[in-house]
Unconditional design. Sequence first.
Lengths: 260, 305
Amino acid sequence: MLKVARFADVIACVALATLVQAGTAARADLSAPIRVEPERVTIGSLFRGGTIQVTGPLEPGSDVIVIITGRTVEEAYNRKGRIGPFWATVGKVTISDVPILHLIASGRPVSKLLSRTAIDEHLVDLDALAHRATVRPADLERNTVLAEYLTLKRGQGLVGMFEEAVRVQGSSREPSFEAAIPWPTAAPVGTYQVVVRHVRNLTVIREETKALEVAYVGLPRLIAHLAFERSLTYGIVAVVVALSVGLVMGLLFKRGTAGH
Amino acid sequence: MFLFLPIAGNAINILVPLGLGSLVGFLSGMFGVGGGFLMTPLLMMVGIPATVAAASDSCQIAAASASGSFAHARMGNVDYKLGGLMLVGGIVGGAIGVQIIKIVRQMGNAEFLIGLTYVVVLASIGSYMFMESQRAIRRTRPRQVPKRGPSRFARLLASLPFQTDFAKSGIRHSVFVPFALCMLVGILAAIMGVGGGFIMIPAMVYLLRMPMHVAVGTDLFQIVFTSSGVTLMQAVVNHTVDLVLALVLALGSTIGAQFGARVARRLRGEQLRVILSVIVLAVCVKMIYGLVATPAVRLSLAGGH
C-alpha cells in the first residue's frame, strides 16, 4: 500500500514537473522577440516600395494588431480655395501631434478586437489619429481639414488600415502570427516603431516594440546628401553631368538635336 | 522597372520619364523647336511636383541644348557676340525668375503661378501658330508683299542708344534689345522650366531680323548657359533639381529627336505647325482644367515636394 502511495507521489511529482516545464516553455515562447523582416528598409535607385513582414508568437485565444508608426511631427499645409475661377492657396494650416506615418494591420476589423476607448488610447484607427491631432488655426472646420489630411496621407500610402493583413498560424496550443504590411515609396527616411499589441476581450493585454530603420543607400543617398547638404556642389555636378551627357549624345548621333 | 527619384521623394516607372522624354524629343526633332514648354506640364500630369518638374526640366534642357549647340557650332551657325549679350540678359532674367519662384513657393502658390504662366504662354503661342498655319495652308500662291518703309517699331529700335553691328547675323541693334528680350525669356525659363526657344526664335527672326539658321544656333548657344545657370540656381535656392529624372528625360529626348527629325522631312512646314499648335492647345486646355476643376484634396504639403 505504501509502495503504491509512493508510486502515486512520484507520478504526481513527474506530472507536476512536466506541467511546470511546459508552462515555462510556453512562457519562453511568448517572450520570444517579434521578428521584423526586413529590419532595415534601404532605398536604392530601383526602390519601389515593398512589404514589411512581422512575425511572432501569439497567446492562445488572443489576437494581435500590428502598427508601424513614425515620429510625431508638425506639418504645414497649403489650403486651397477659390480665387475667381481658379483654385489657389488661400491660407496655411498646421497639423501637429500626429505621426509622420501610421500603418495598422489586423486579422479582422479592429472594432471587434478593441473597445472604442482602447482604440483611441492606442491609436488603432484613423478616427483615433484624427481625434489626437491638433489643427491650427483653431477657427478652421476641424473635421473637414482632418478628413482632407487623411485622404492626402492615404493617397501617399503614409496612413492606412489593413484589416486582413494578419494571419494566425501554428497549432491551437502554440499559435503564431504573421503580418504583411505594404511599405510606401513616399515614406521619409528615419526610424519607425513596429508595435505589436496583443488583445483579448476588447483590451490590450501585452505590447511589444521593435525599431525599423529606413535609409537611403547608393545613388539616392549621394544625391539627397549633396542636394540638401551641399547644394552648390550638387548644382555644379548637375550642370557638368548634364552638359557631358548632351555632348556625348551629340557625338553619338553626330547630327545633334535641333531642339532644346 | 521602377526608378526612385530622391528629390521628388517617390518612385516612378522608368518607362514614364523615358517615354515622356522620347515623346517630347520626337516633337522637338519634328518641329525644330524645343520641348521644354511641353515637358514640365507633362511631368506635372504624371505626379511630379511642379517645382521639381520645372527645375529638373531645366537640367534636361542643358543636356539637350549642349548637344544641339555643339552641332550648330560646327556648322558655323552661332553668332557669339549676340549670343554673349543674350546670355547676360538670360542669366539676369533667370536669377529674377528663381527669386520669384522662391517667394511664391513660400506663399504656397508656386504650382498655381507655374500653371497660370503656362496657360497664358501656351494659349498665346498655340492660338497664334494655329491661325498662322491655317492661313499658310489656305494660301496657294505666295502673296506679293508691297514694299514699305521701316515700321514704327523698327524706327524705335533704331533710335535706341549703343547701336552695335552683329556681323555674323548681318544686323545692327542696340545692345539693350537682345539683353531685354533674353531677360524676359530668362524669367519665363526659371518659372516654366523651359529653354524659351519657342519665344526666342520667332522674336529673333521677326523682331531682330536674323537668318533662321543663325537664330537657331545662337539661341541654342545661349540656352546652354541660361539653362545651366537656372539649374545651378534652382539647386542652390530651391533644392528642386532631380538629376536622376533629368538624365532619364535627356536620354529619351535625344533619341526621340532623331526619329522626329526623320518624320519631319516627310511633312510640309505648315502641316507640322498645325499639329504642334493642336498639341500646345491640348496641353493648355488640360492645364486650365487643372486650375479650375475642384481638387480632390484641398491640402498640399507647404514648401515640400
